[in-house]
Write a protein that binds this ligand. Structure first.
Ligand SMILES: O=C(O)CCC(=O)C(=O)O
Length: 293
């Protein structure tokens, strides 16, 4: 069944810079990815155990609690938690990235020639109070070359880079859901500076530009936003890790060589040249051995 967006949904995305699509997936659709994450956690737990940083492998704990415990005891993770890319590079990630429902949503917004950018992230947002806030930003600012100079070199303002943000637990203000400033994408790429944690934050009061929206989401919902849309994630004030995965897509042929060099991607869909679509094996071959676990 096709999952293309309606004209109204596309219009909303263009007007507000984001779109929340409810009930795209069932919880069990994430089982293959959970298995990959579990195995990556297992790998990490063994490393920490062998180094004497944890007293147990905590195998008896559930998927959702094991990493929290390991991180608490070992105190190894950065305060925001871990973001995994190469650690979960797998056929399962490929299958999520190329899931027909996601590609239909993406195609509705950027057209049928779709390249997956390799910078997908599994995020473990830790329950570490205020330190777990991910401050306001536009994704484009992280793609710029020389952001610390007075005049950043703009590489991606003109490009379309779509983020598809998918929670693996229900999210609200309590456990660090995303917030968005609707319409902020229309302001172009805004000046920023580095905060005390090295994060790139806007110098302007961007919250005054619109009514900040809390992205309450349930497992199965999908949020899509563009590279110029201001967003942040709130403090995780719950007891547990807030798990999510974010995926990125651009129209094939976008001038993003610098990005694809760092995180090789692949052509995921093509109406014009279907023979150019790349398989998991082709993507796997593009990653260097240092790039995969
Ligand atoms: O997941 C988060 O907390 C932040 C994600 C984010 O900012 C992004 O995907 O661009």
């Amino acid at each position: 069944m096709n999952s293309m967006l309606t004209t109204k949904q596309c219009q909303d995305f263009n007007d507000h810079g984001y779109l929340l699509v409810r009930g795209v997936f069932d919880d069990q659709d994430f089982d293959p990815l959970r298995r990959v994450i579990s195995s990556a956690i297992d790998h990490r737990a063994r490393e920490l155990y062998d180094k004497g940083k944890i007293s147990s492998l905590y195998k008896e704990l559930s998927f959702y609690h094991r990493l929290t415990q390991i991180l608490r005891e070992s105190q190894t993770g950065p305060l925001l938690g871990w973001n995994w890319n190469r650690e979960v590079f797998s056929r399962e990630i490929y299958e999520l990235l190329t899931h027909q429902k996601i590609l239909d949503i993406v195609a509705s917004l950027i057209g049928p020639e779709i390249t997956v950018n390799g910078d997908y992230w599994i995020r473990f947002k830790m329950p570490t109070g205020g330190e777990s806030v991910f401050p306001w930003h536009q994704d484009s600012i992280y793609y710029n070359g020389n952001v610390d100079s007075d005049r950043p070199v703009i590489f991606s303002e003109e490009s379309q880079i779509l983020t598809v943000w998918i929670p693996m637990v229900d999210v609200d203000e309590q456990n660090g859901c995303l917030q968005i400033v609707p319409g902020s994408h229309k302001q172009g790429l805004r000046p920023c500076h580095r905060d005390e944690n090295g994060r790139l934050v806007p110098v302007e009061d961007i919250e005054s530009w619109g009514e900040v929206q809390n992205m309450h989401m349930q497992v199965g919902d999908v949020l899509v936003f563009g590279n110029l849309t201001f967003h942040r994630s709130l403090e995780n004030a719950s007891e547990n890790i807030r798990w999510s995965v974010d995926l990125r897509y651009s129209p094939t042929g976008s001038p993003l060589e610098w990005l694809l060099e760092k995180w090789p991607g692949f052509i995921a869909r093509s109406e014009r040249q279907p023979e150019t679509v790349e398989s998991w094996e082709m993507w796997e071959a593009k990653r260097t051995p240092a790039d995969v676990r």
